[in-house]
Each structure stands twice: as C-alpha cells, then as structure tokens.
Design a binder for this molecule. Sequence first.
Ligand code: KE4
Length: 440
Amino acid sequence: MNFDSNNSTQVSQDDPFGGNLLDRAKRVLPGGVNSPVRAFQGVEGDPPFLHSAQGARVRDEDGREWIDYISSWGAILLGHAHPDLIEAVCDAAGRGTNFGLTTEAEIDLAELVCDLVPSIEMLRMVSSGTEATMSAVRLARAATGRDKILKFAGGYHGHADSFLVAAGSGNATFSTPDSDGVLKAVAENTLIARFNDLNSVQQAFDAAPLAAVILEPVAGNMGCIPPEREFLENIRGLCDEHGTLLIFDEVMTGFRLAAGGAQEVFQIMPDLTTLGKILGHGLPAAAYGGRRDLMQMISPLGSVYQAGTLSGNPLAIAAGLIALEAIVEDPSLYNDLEENAARLEKGLWHAINSRGFPCNVQRVGSMWTLFFTEEKVREFEDAQLADTQAFARFHHYAMQNGVLLPPSAFETAFLTLAHDTETIDETIDALVDAIERTYT
Ligand code: KE4
C-alpha cells in the first residue's frame, strides 16, 4: 500500500453550499456532531463526514476511503451494507416503518436472543444501549428494594444520570456527578470500584447494600481490558452472598465475543444482561433481559414501568434478524473473526517487539486496542497513564495511511467478517508506519 500523504484529514470537505461541512454542522449541532466522541477532540485533525460504507471500508463525502475499525462502535459484525441485510431492511420499509403495535418479527428476534444468550429467559426491546441499561438498573432497584448500585471507573453504560458519576474521594466510594445536570442525590446512589480490583469491589459491598453491580464483562470503554482470572466469578459470588443482582452490560460484547457473548466465553450467568449494537446491526435496537421472575416485573405485567414508541421497530428488527440468523447458520464465523484478529495482533506485536515501540496491544476476540504504554492496562487508571497524546498523533497518521480507528485512546477497535486477510495485512503495514511516524 503506498501511503498517500495527501489523504490528510486536515482538509475539511467543501460542500455545495459553500463553507465546509464541519462549519455548517457546528452552526446547528453542538460541536458539529450528534455524539461527542465523533468530534475528534481526542485525536488530531478534523473528523471526516462519511457518505457510504461497504464491507470493511468507509468513504467520505470527498471520496476518501479508509479501512474501518470503528465499525459503528461495534454494531457491525457482517460488514457494512451486507446485501442480505439491505434487502431485508428495504423489504421491511416497503411494508411501513413503524406501527406502534407488535409484529411477529419481534417475537422471532426475541426467541433467537433467548436461544443464543445463556442467561436470558425473557427480554424487552428498546432503542438504545442507554435505555437498556437504565431500565435494567430500575428493575434491579425494584426487585431488591435497594437504592445503591456499583459500577466501575471507566465503565460506560450510556448517558443515564446514574452512570454519569465520578469516583468520590477516600474509601467511601460514593460518587459525585461527572456531568452538569446530574443531581448529587442521584450520583450518591452510584458507588464506583476499579476493574480487576476485587478489594475495591469488596469495599463497595461493605459500604452499603447494593441493588446491582453493572459492568462490561470485557471493558471496552477504557480501551479493551479483559477481566483477570476469577474477577467475574468473585463478583458473581459477592452478588449471591449479598442478594445483589449482577448486570452484564453486553451492549458491546453481546454477539461479538461469541453467539452468547461474554457470559458464554467466561461461563458466568448474570441476573440481567443488556444488549445493543449488533442486535440492530447499525439500526436502533437494544434490549435488556434475564431471569423470567425479574422480567415479569416489567409493565404491563408488573410494577416497573418502561416504554418506547420505536421499541421493536420493524426495520431494526429485520436487520437484527439477519445478523443473528447469520450467527445461528454459521457459528464458525467467530473462528474467522478470531483468526483475522489474531493475525492483526501478531503483526502489531512483531513490529512493537522488533522495533522497541513503547506500545501494548490488548485484544479479546475481535475487540482490540493499541495502548501507548509498555505496561499492562488492567483498569482505567492504567489507561489514563498511557500516552494519549501519542495516540492522538498515531490516529492521525493511521488515517493518512488509510486506516480509520475509533478517535479516542479510551475506545475499542472492532473487526467485522469483511476484514479479510488482505485487509488485515494492509492494516498492519499502515499502522506500523503510523507508529513509526508517531515516534519520529
Ligand atoms: P447507546 O445508548 O450509545 O446505544 O449505548 C450505550 C452503551 C452502553 N453500554 C456499552 C458497553 C456501550 O459501549 C455503550 C455505547 N458505546 C459507545 C462507544 N463505546 C457509543 C459511541 C458513542 O457514544 O457515540
């Protein structure tokens, strides 16, 4: 691959209406984006404005193309614009976009989720991961009669108030708001522990009765951080001991790490699971589900209210059915993902070790992050100590070399089934050169 340095992202797109797209966007959207991370504040250069995607590649309004590892933040498994999915969504759209009453397809998808995800006996569809996690926490508080929940520093579960909190000082682990507009009274009901640090979890259990522990079983929002041995098992044990519900936030890991997500890989059964991303394969679908006795507490059956105009939207369901049916038809697809992701990791480690780059690749299945530190990243504080300025430069050089990584040192990159051997080898060449330029 020849690295055309003219593929710089510094040059913003000129739109037909004069000015450029970013200036235009900033006049009507906060920061010019509909979600903060897209503003490229964590990396160098301006964000491209994408026009289309196909397989493993995306293309911007100016026709520039990149091998894509954002993969819609993990929502894309089969590859962008998969023909079967496009056909299914177009067919669904031709029959109407949303009805506000239940369709058979919603039952089909719910049955598939129950078949695939070990701990889910019943679920409720929603339209975003945030809705899924906030509803699961509401359910846990109702089921236990307790107020407090435990999350982990660096864990991201969407933007519901209960999750936008920062660790308080001292051992109390009681939190303070991490966003304006979040009430202190709300933040105080969220305790914070450190990922892979069982003592900090024990401290939280000692501090107050907990309704739930919510965690990403593989951390993906502080870069990719695997759980260390027995960490998940010990949390399950503490929850059982204290009558606390365990919520696995598998919005990212669900259908990504295995057909049954992280709970299948690690053989741990949570009480509730939240899903999203691949469940809609790029269309707005998410869900929370788990033990039947808990889910039967949800309105209209039970006393826990939750609702949504577009929950179970026929187009999102059609996309989700294509994704999950592909998994059922060919479970070996995870072997293909593993093989190509391992090839990428091996290629990066070869360069890191042979050229002595102060970097570290952490990967779980098709989720991976290149950290600019030689140390193992076990928890959020470790990720914060990595050289995020170096990552910002690296991301920019990677884009100039034709590879688009998530624009933050605290995110995870994702492969899809369209990231074949040739694409991986192109990526390795491009990223090794980008690391080299980062350090020259
Ligand atoms: P949404 O509300 O964005 O659909 O899902 C929230 C969420 C919940 N749980 C986990 C584990 C998640 O990763 C997410 C959302 N992920 C981020 C990126 N890591 C979405 C990207 C964005 O915020 O723009």
